[in-house]
Design a protein around this ligand. Structure first.
Ligand code: SF4
Ligand code: SF4
Length: 359
């Protein structure tokens, strides 16, 4: 009999789930049949925790198609970026319809990165979810975030039953306060972006490394049967041997990635904002990963307009003094925007590019 994925209880009253989950961002970027196939295959390989979001276009519907008939055996997480009751109610309704279910195991406020956003959801939309929880539509309520201080505050508020946050061998900011606070309070921690949005050079090393950390579930984005097999094999190896499962090549890959990427990789926390030129710095630096995960087909003129703002960077350095990761931003922002716009011209010639007025 093949080895079973290690299971963990998801919160004091939650169900048991396998610790290796499935991040469903990339399934919007591949053909529908392939998307349904990879999700069904992940289920076959023992994965039961599926993470999607209202913002991931076709992801919810594709998950539903693949998981038809096994709803009671899976744990479904979706998210909404709505910050008021009306929009949240619409998103919830839409997610339930798309997912073909009458309940969600976990519903997250998507991307709570600023203090004012946290206050806004605590003041109104959270009540709506509590009502829906009493009616049985939502079992648990949590949040996702890229900003560790805000996420820690949210966990301390006692209002959320789970937190989803980036964690991988490059993105360690949760280790300071967030993860210890979640552990102390028994709040399940979902490690998102375990492969740092695709920039880490060894997915196996990333999964093995994370499997040995005290988090409930890790949710790599998977887009083929081969990727599912590799993720399951890496997870099982770490489950059996701990960090000893890391080969010498994988240890080298971790060291190399840290050396090369640590001071170039944007964690999308937004602490560098606002920029005096109104440049959405975190968006400019992360848009290529967005295209890699979600597909270039999702790029639209609005995204290009945002990236184009990066051309206006005058190198003032204000952002650099705020970035806790020491990224050399005056050297990065404008060149990143230029390279991306050139790539977008090549891969999406159908999009009318805005005039590069700032040039
Ligand atoms: S260096 Fe560029 S991106 Fe940073 S604050 Fe100044 S203008 Fe904005
Ligand atoms: S540039 Fe630095 S501060 Fe700004 S979002 Fe990226 S990691 Fe955070």
């Amino acid at each position: 009999m093949s080895a079973q994925l290690e299971r963990v209880r998801f919160g004091p009253d939650g169900p048991e789930v396998p610790r290796l989950g499935f991040g469903a961002i990339p399934i919007q970027a591949i053909p529908e049949a392939a998307a349904v196939d990879v999700v069904a295959y992940a289920f076959e390989r023992g994965i039961r925790f599926f993470d999607t979001a209202r913002a991931y276009t076709t992801s919810e519907e594709r998950l539903a198609r693949a998981l038809r008939g096994v709803r009671e055996q899976v744990f479904i997480v979706t998210k909404s970026a709505a910050r008021n009751r009306e929009e949240l109610a619409r998103d919830l309704e839409c997610s339930l319809t798309n997912l073909g279910t009458d309940y969600l195991d976990l519903f997250l406020f998507h991307g709570i990165n600023r203090e004012d956003e946290l206050c806004r959801v605590l003041e109104g939309p959270l009540d709506l979810l509590r009502e829906r929880q009493r009616e049985g539509q939502v079992r648990l309520i949590g949040l996702s975030s890229h900003a560790s201080e805000v996420a820690t505050r949210a966990v301390r508020s006692g209002e959320f039953a789970a937190v989803e946050f980036p964690f991988n061998y490059l993105e360690l900011q949760c280790l300071e306060d967030l993860l210890p606070t979640a552990r102390e309070r028994g709040i399940p921690f979902i490690a998102m972006k375990p492969l740092a949005g695709g920039v880490l050079s060894s997915p196996e090393a990333a999964i093995k490394w994370l499997a040995c950390r005290p988090v409930e579930v890790i949710i790599p984005g998977l887009r083929s049967r081969e990727e599912v097999d590799r993720a399951v094999a890496a997870f099982l190896a770490a489950q059996q041997a701990g960090e000893q499962a890391l080969t010498s090549e994988e240890r080298e890959a971790i060291e190399r990635d840290r050396a090369e990427l640590d001071r170039r990789f944007c964690r999308r926390c937004g602490y560098c904002l606002p920029c005096p030129q109104d440049i959405p710095i975190n968006f400019v630096l992360a848009v290529e990963q967005f295209c890699h995960r979600s597909g270039w087909a999702r790029l639209d003129r609005r995204h290009l307009e945002l990236v184009r703002k990066g051309l206006a960077c005058d190198g003032c350095g204000t952002c650099e003094t705020r970035c806790p990761f020491g990224l050399p931003l005056p050297e990065m922002v404008r060149p990143t925007a230029e390279v991306f716009l050139a790539e977008a011209r090549r891969l999406r010639p159908d999009l009318t590019l805005p005039e590069e007025e700032a040039n």
